[in-house]
Design a protein. Sequence first.
Length: 330
Amino acid sequence: MNRFWNYWVVVLTAINIAGALWLLWATSRKRPGHQGPAEETTGHTWDGDLSEYNNPLPRWWLWGFYASVIFGLGYLVFYPGLGNFAGRLGWTQENAWAADVATARKQSDVQLAKYDHMNLDTLRHDDNAMRTARNLFANHCAACHGTDAHGSKGFPNLTDGDWLHGSDPATITTTITQGRVAVMPAWEGIIGPEGVEQVSSYVLALSGHPGDAQMQRQAKAGAEQFATVCVACHGADGRGNIALGAPNLTDNIWLYAGNIETIRETVAKGRNNQMPAHADILGATRVKLLTAYVLNLSGATDEEREEHEANDSPEGDAHEPTDTAGTQAH
């Protein structure tokens, strides 16, 4: 708050307190010519004989008002309320919130302690653990991935079997704890608008949608552009690269959308995504619970995931929260 608004708040607060004190004083003093409370009325009469008296407030009521003003003054001394003055106690809503969070965290840590020494396989088959993990997911992950974990445009679906960086527990744990940063370069300034059209048509054809005759002609020219500017991340066959988090462009799973307009936008302007790091927010036990929960979401067994990755190592979808290199096209 700058100096002007600081003084503005202080002055208005002081005027309000002074006004309240004056009003109490004015209504409590005897008026000139007042002879006694029994006969003074406001002059208002209803139903012929119902008059409104104009008596001073009872003393106990007045002292109650004065006490409230004194309380308000004391509050302004010890707590924020006068512009930038923080109060003698130094109380802030941020500190109060942090204290409440710390208290809740300690209570939660006690409840989660029983999961500290359980391995992932045990956690995955423990109903209580997965109910706890589901609540953690709702609090920390659902804002991006959805309550059903199906994701949305730009946020990956965690319930399918496609993964950008791999589906092994260690990789998922790394993603949750350290996060991911994704950069798909913008290529329009390098290959030009025509090159964008050609590459976009080729990418769409890779996923089994060749389009009309014109798009097929563009796709043939786009294959040469792809081999020049895209293979470093997506591979010569377009099947991506787990090491880079670059997606597989030959399946029909897309992080943004699989239509030509979205692909064209991705190629031309690039994409920048980020999965926040949650290590400091969650702690080791919560990360382990979420890892087990995400593994269950995909529905694949450990053996199936190992076989899947061995047969198709450069696979990629949007299973990791963000992409790297060229992931945004898919």
